[in-house]
Design a protein around this ligand. Structure first.
Ligand SMILES: NC(=O)c1ccc[n+]([C@@H]2O[C@H](COP(=O)([O-])OP(=O)(O)OC[C@H]3O[C@@H](n4cnc5c(N)ncnc54)[C@H](OP(=O)(O)O)[C@@H]3O)[C@@H](O)[C@H]2O)c1
Length: 251
């Protein structure tokens, strides 16, 4: 069977590890590279107690021992280092699946232009869980009937960006639907130990409110969306997908 070579950046992280394990367990994907800033030189098989996995972790992408000519880079790290890593990968005509959030608008636009210039496939998805995507669908539907909403996003205390990429995207979708400015849809960010990733959208009109909530209890929630995205971007040319629906509904 033809397999797709995948390099995961952030392989020791909360999300990157769940995603990398799912990739390793998927028969048409082949985990060929593992990147983590502070774990260069470690052996991923030993870390996972998986004697069948012979893969060294490197701290940078250019330290990969045998970079494949054709691969998909999956990135779950932080925006500052991801930017250079994505540039490196796209310039080598690798496709990219990006879960990392916190890029500026200029950075996102620059990377989208690079994707087009090098004719690779890309998915920049703020949230790879089916529940978050469905929350977007119902919120867009509700926005046809309500004229005001606020977003409450709650995450673990170590999350770096605020508001979350998921909340920013919800803000953009509602702003588009209502043809308003982003600032007209307030976002409340909560960072506390014990939380994982949670988002509530509250619509209000005279005498009533309507709340939709999505909870991620475990990062395995993101794994299947990423696996499907890897397959999808590998057949794309020069385009960025931002809507998980385009990947989930691709049968
Ligand atoms: N799109 C989605 O569905 C989704 C879902 C969840 C999270 N996220 C996003 O994914 C990102 C990671 O979140 P997380 O909670 O998993 O973070 P985390 O637990 O802090 O893990 C970060 C990972 O990135 C690595 N890393 C950090 N800086 C690096 C650098 N300069 N070079 C190479 N590797 C580096 C870390 O390596 P070390 O362990 O060696 O430090 C670690 O493996 C965040 O941007 C978050 O918002 C997206």
């Amino acid at each position: 069977m033809d397999t797709i070579a995948v390099v995961v950046a952030g392989v020791t992280g909360r999300t990157g590890e769940a995603v990398a394990r799912a990739i390793h367990q998927t028969s048409d994907l082949r985990l060929v590279g593992a990147i983590a800033k502070n774990h260069g030189g470690e052996h991923l098989g030993a870390r996972w107690s998986d004697s069948g996995l012979d893969l060294a972790v490197t701290s940078t992408i250019d330290a990969l021992s045998a970079p494949p000519s054709d691969a998909v880079l999956v990135d779950f790290t932080e925006a500052e280092s991801a930017f250079g890593r994505l540039e490196w990968a796209i310039q080598r005509k690798w496709d990219v699946v990006v879960g990392t959030t916190g890029f500026s608008q200029e950075q996102s636009q620059y990377l989208a232009d690079l994707v087009e210039r090098h004719q690779v496939g890309a998915a920049f998805i703020a949230n790879f869980s089916i529940g978050a995507w469905f929350l977007e669908r119902v919120a867009i539907e509700a926005s046809q009937y309500f004229g005001q909403a606020e977003i409450v996003e709650e995450h673990h205390a170590a999350k770096r960006d605020r508001p979350s990429g998921t909340a920013r995207r919800m803000q953009e979708l509602l702003a588009q639907s209502w043809k308003r400015n982003l600032d007209d849809i307030p976002v409340h960010s909560i960072r506390l130990p014990g939380l994982v990733a949670h988002q509530t959208v509250i619509f209000g009109s005279d005498g009533q409110s309507l709340s939709f909530r999505h909870d991620v209890h475990d990062r395995s929630a993101y794994a299947q969306g990423v696996v499907q995205a890897v397959r999808k971007v590998h057949s794309l040319k020069g385009r960025v997908i931002n809507d998980l629906g385009e990947i989930l509904n691709d049968h």
